[in-house]
Ligand binder design. Structure first.
Ligand code: BGC
Length: 762
C-alpha cells in the first residue's frame, strides 16, 4: 500500500516486528489526541478528535471538555436538531462534510456520532444524542458514519453503551434488565454497526450491570464482534479505563488519552508474569495497525469550501426546526412590521457545552438574517440579558413598547448555556422564570406573538395554549440564525418532527424517580417503557408527542397496504398527498403493535419512517420497509431475538398520536423449541403439538366435571375459561397426584419423554 498523505507506511509492519513494550505503547495514546508512532519501523501516529457535529481540533492546550481553543470548523446542527429531520441521507451529507474537514486537518478519526437513548429529559448531554427511540438513533447514526467514512476518515460510534446520564458518569452502574438493554439501549448501536461498520466504537465511562464497559467482555467482544460482526477497533472514552489489564482481553483495543506510560508498564508486567495472554495484546495491536492502514489510505484532501459548508449547515438547520404550533401567524407576511425580542436573537445558543464545543467558521444571528429577508421593519429589544446584567423592569418595558409598535412579536427564549453541558445533568426542565415573565408581558402587549426556542433538551411549555405559534429551534449550529429566519419567513417550509416527547411535567417522564440513581447505581426501573412508549402505556397527556411537527401545508394520507418482501420483511405502501398550497415535506411514520402478545410491549413502537418532499397538490406512493428483525423481542427463555407470531397492526401517521391509516398483517412467529420438563407449565404443554391434545383431553375429563369439589367450586370450574386461566401457570409435575386427578406422575413423565423425542426427531 502506498502512503497518500505524507506519512510513512504502516502497511508492511506486522505484530511480529514489534517488541512487547512497543505493542503496549501502540495500544494507548501518545498524548491527548494521538496514537504513538514507532519511528524505527515507520509506524505513524494518527489523530482522533471530537466530534460529533463539527471538528474540534485543538492546536494549543488539550482537554476533553471544550475548554481550550480549537481550529475554526463548521458547527453543524447538533444531533438533537439533525435527528429531527428523520433523514439519514441528510445526515450522510453532513457526515461527508465532517469527513472533508477532518481530512483537511489531517484527523484520522472524528469522535462521533453519539447515539445514546434519551432516557430522561434531564440528561445534560441530550443535545448530542438523536432520540428516545432506538431505530431513529441507529438509522441517523448510520447515515452520519457512512458520510464521514466515505471521505477516508473514521467515525467513532459512542458512547457504547447505556450511558444515558452525566451524573456520576464515570462510575455509575446502569442496571438494566435484558429486554430493555437489548430492545432499547443496544438496538440503535446494533443498527449502526451492522449497517455502517464504523472504524471505531468508543466504549463508555459507566458500568453496565456492575461491569465497566471498558472491561465488559460480553459487550465488547461477544456481542459487538461475535453477534454484530464489528470489524474495527474499540477505543476507550477519554479516561474510561479503570483496569487496562482487565480491559484488554475483554476487547478494549486502545486506551485514550495517554496515561504517562503507567498502564503500558502494567500491560508489560502482566504479560511477563503470565496474568495476560500476549495473544490478546497482539490482537489489539493488529486492530491499531489496521486503523493506521485505513487512515493512510485516505486520499489527499483537496481543501474545504467554508461557504459551501456554511450553506449546508443552514439547509440542515432549516430541516431540523420543528414547528410545534401555528394558529396561522406564521409564516410572517413579507412586509410585516416585526418586533424581535430576546437576547438569543442576537447572541444565539447554537451548541452545547463540553467536548463537542466547536469554534465556528461563522455565526449567523436570527436578527440580522430576518432583517435581510424581511421587507418590513424589524425592530429589536433584548428583553433579558444572558449574563443577568441590566434592570429587568427596564428591559421588559422596552420589549413591551417594541412589541406594541409591531404587527407581530417574535420572542426568542431558551435555556442558559450553563444548564446544558456534558459532565452534569439538568435539575428541572423549566425555562428561566424571568423569560416566562417577559413572554407574559409581551403577550399582553401583542397577542400575535411567536415563540422561538433555543434548547438542547426538552423544556416545559406552560404557555403553549396562550401563544399562537411555537417554533422549536433546538440548538441549530452556526447557521441556525439564517435557518430560523428562513422558516419564520416561509423561505423554508418546516418539516422536522420531534424525536423525543415534550412532556407536560418532568414528573410525567417515564424514568422519573429512577433517574439518576444513587450510590453508584441507576436502576432503569421503567424497563421497556422509555420515552413515548412510557407516556403511551400510561395514557398520559403530553405537551407535544413523539413524531409531532407541523408544516405550512397539509398532507392527506391514503389507505395503507402491506406486502411481504423477498427477504421476509414487510413493505407498507400508501399514497401521501400535499393537500395545501405550498411545497412541503412530510415525515411519514409506521408504528407497530401486537394486541394479543405474550410479552410486555409498549402500545406502539416506531418501526419505519420516510421523509417525502411533495409539491403543492402532488401525490406520491410512499413505500416503507419494516424489517422483520425490528419486530423481534428479546426472549429470556432462549436468550435470542424472537418474532412472535400473530396479527400485528401497522399504523401509519404524522406523529405517534396522529395516526392516519392502518393495516393488519398476520405474521408467522419464530419457533421457540425448548424441551418440556416436569416444571413446564400447563400452558407450555398445551402449546406443544404432541403433548397438547393429550393434556387438553385429560384436563377436560378431570376438571370439566368438577370432580373432588363442592357444588359451588364445581360450577365455577365448569367454566372452561376461568379454569384454564387458573391452571395456566401450574407446573405440570405438581398436578399429578392432586385429589381427583387420575393422571399419574409416570403418565406425565412418559408423555413429556414422548413429546421431546418426537421434537428431537423433527
Ligand atoms: C467524552 C467523549 C469525547 C471525549 C474526547 C469525553 O469526555 O465523553 O464524547 O469524545 O471526551 O473529548
Amino acid at each position: 500500500m502506498t502512503s497518500t498523505n505524507n506519512q510513512p507506511a504502516a502497511s508492511d509492519v506486522s505484530v511480529a516486528d514489534l517488541t512487547l513494550e512497543e505493542k503496549a505503547g501502540l495500544t494507548s495514546g501518545a498524548d491527548f489526541w494521538t496514537t504513538k508512532a514507532v519511528e524505527r519501523l515507520g509506524v505513524p501516529s494518527v489523530m482522533m478528535t471530537d466530534g460529533p457535529h463539527g471538528l474540534r481540533k485543538q492546536s494549543g492546550g488539550s482537554d476533553h471538555l471544550g475548554l481550550a481553543d480549537s481550529v475554526p470548523a463548521t458547527c453543524f446542527p447538533p444531533a438533537v436538531a439533525l435527528g429531527s429531520s428523520f433523514d439519514p441521507e441528510l445526515a450522510e451529507r453532513v457526515g461527508v462534510a465532517l469527513g472533508v474537514e477532518s481530512a483537511v486537518n489531517d484527523v484520522a478519526v472524528i469522535l462521533g456520532p453519539g447515539i445514546n437513548i434519551k432516557r430522561s429529559p434531564l440528561c445534560g448531554r441530550n443535545f448530542e444524542y438523536f432520540s428516545e427511540d432506538p431505530i431513529v438513533s441507529g438509522v441517523l447514526g448510520a447515515g452520519l458514519i457512512r458520510g464521514i467514512q466515505s471521505q477516508g476518515v473514521g467515525a467513532s460510534l459512542k458512547h457504547f453503551a447505556a450511558n444515558n446520564q452525566e451524573f456520576d458518569r464515570m462510575r455509575a452502574s446502569s442496571d438494566i434488565d435484558p429486554r430493555p438493554l437489548r430492545e432499547i439501549y443496544l438496538r440503535g448501536f446494533e443498527r449502526a454497526v451492522t449497517e455502517a461498520q464504523p472504524w471505531t466504537v468508543m466504549c463508555s465511562y459507566n458500568r453496565i450491570n456492575g461491569t465497566y464497559a471498558s472491561e465488559d467482555r460480553w459487550l465488547l467482544t461477544d456481542l459487538l464482534r461475535g453477534e454484530w460482526g464489528f470489524e474495527g477497533l474499540v477505543v476507550s472514552d477519554w479516561g474510561a479505563v479503570s483496569d487496562r489489564v482487565a480491559g484488554l482481553p475483554a476487547g478494549l483495543d486502545l486506551e485514550m488519552p495517554a496515561s504517562a506510560g503507567r498502564t503500558d508498564a502494567q500491560l508489560v508486567a502482566a504479560v511477563r508474569d503470565g496474568r495476560l495472554d500476549e495473544a490478546a495484546l497482539d490482537l489489539a495491536v493488529e486492530r491499531v495497525l489496521d486503523l493506521l492502514r485505513k487512515a493512510q489510505a485516505r486520499p489527499v484532501a483537496e481543501g474545504m469550501d467554508v461557504e459551501a459548508h456554511h450553506a449546508l449547515a443552514r439547509e440542515v438547520a432549516g430541516r431540523s426546526i420543528v414547528l410545534l404550533k401555528n394558529d396561522g401567524v406564521l409564516p410572517l407576511a413579507r412586509a410585516a412590521r416585526v418586533a424581535v425580542i430576546g437576547a438569543f436573537a442576537e447572541q444565539p445558543r447554537y451548541q452545547g457545552a463540553g467536548s463537542s464545543l466547536i469554534n465556528p467558521t461563522r455565526l449567523d444571528t436570527a436578527l440580522t438574517e430576518l432583517r435581510a429577508l424581511s421587507a418590513g421593519e424589524v425592530s429589536y429589544a433584548a428583553g433579558f440579558t444572558l449574563d443577568g446584567s441590566g434592570d429587568p423592569a427596564a428591559l421588559t418595558a422596552e420589549a413591551v413598547a417594541t412589541a406594541q409598535a409591531a404587527e407581530v412579536a417574535v420572542v426568542f427564549l431558551g435555556l442558559p448555556a450553563s444548564e446544558e453541558s456534558e459532565g452534569y445533568d439538568r435539575e428541572h426542565i423549566d425555562l428561566p422564570p424571568a423569560q416566562l415573565a417577559l413572554l407574559d408581558a409581551v403577550l399582553a402587549a401583542n397577542p400575535a406573538t411567536v415563540v422561538v426556542l433555543s434548547n438542547g433538551g426538552a423544556v416545559a411549555l406552560p404557555f403553549r395554549d396562550r401563544v399562537p405559534a411555537i417554533v422549536e429551534g433546538w440548538l441549530l449550529g452556526q447557521a441556525g440564525g439564517g435557518a430560523t429566519a428562513d422558516v419564520l419567513c416561509g423561505v423554508v417550509n418546516p418539516s422536522a418532527k420531534l424525536t423525543e416527547t415534550i412532556p407536560l411535567r418532568l414528573a410525567d417522564s417515564p424514568s422519573y424517580g429512577s433517574f439518576p440513581g444513587e450510590f453508584g447505581h441507576v436502576r432503569y426501573g421503567e424497563g421497556l417503557l422509555v420515552g413515548y412508549r412510557g407516556y403511551d402505556a400510561r395514557g398520559l397527556e403530553v405537551a407535544y408527542p413523539f413524531g409531532h411537527g407541523l408544516s405550512y401545508t397539509t398532507f392527506g394520507y391514503g389507505a395503507a397496504s402491506a406486502s411481504p418482501t423477498p427477504d421476509g420483511d414487510l413493505q407498507i405502501e400508501l399514497d401521501v398527498t400535499n393537500t395545501g398550497a405550498v411545497a412541503g415535506r412530510e415525515i411519514v411514520q409506521v408504528y407497530s403493535s401486537l394486541a394479543a402478545s405474550m410479552v410486555q410491549r409498549a402500545p406502539r413502537e416506531l418501526k419505519a419512517f420516510a421523509s417525502v418532499a411533495l409539491e403543492a397538490g402532488e401525490t406520491r406512493r410512499v413505500s416503507l420497509t419494516v424489517r422483520r428483525k425490528d419486530l423481534a423481542y428479546w426472549d429470556l427463555r432462549v436468550d435470542r431475538w424472537i418474532v412472535e407470531g400473530g396479527e400485528y397492526l401497522f399504523e401509519v401517521g404524522a406523529s405517534s398520536r396522529d395516526l392516519r391509516a392502518s393495516v393488519a398483517v398476520t405474521i408467522d412467529g419464530d419457533p421457540v423449541v425448548r424441551p418440556l420438563t416436569m416444571e413446564s407449565s400447563v400452558t407450555d404443554l398445551l402449546a406443544d403439538p404432541v403433548a397438547g391434545p393429550v393434556v387438553r383431553q385429560a384436563m377436560t375429563a378431570v376438571f370439566g366435571g368438577g370432580i373432588g369439589m363442592d357444588a359451588a367450586g364445581a360450577s365455577m370450574m365448569a367454566n372452561d375459561e376461568a379454569m384454564m386461566k387458573m391452571m395456566a401457570s401450574f407446573p405440570i409435575g405438581r398436578l399429578a397426584g392432586f385429589p381427583g386427578v387420575s393422571v399419574t406422575f409416570d403418565d406425565i413423565e412418559a408423555l413429556i419423554a414422548k413429546a421431546n423425542q418426537e421434537h428431537a426427531a423433527e
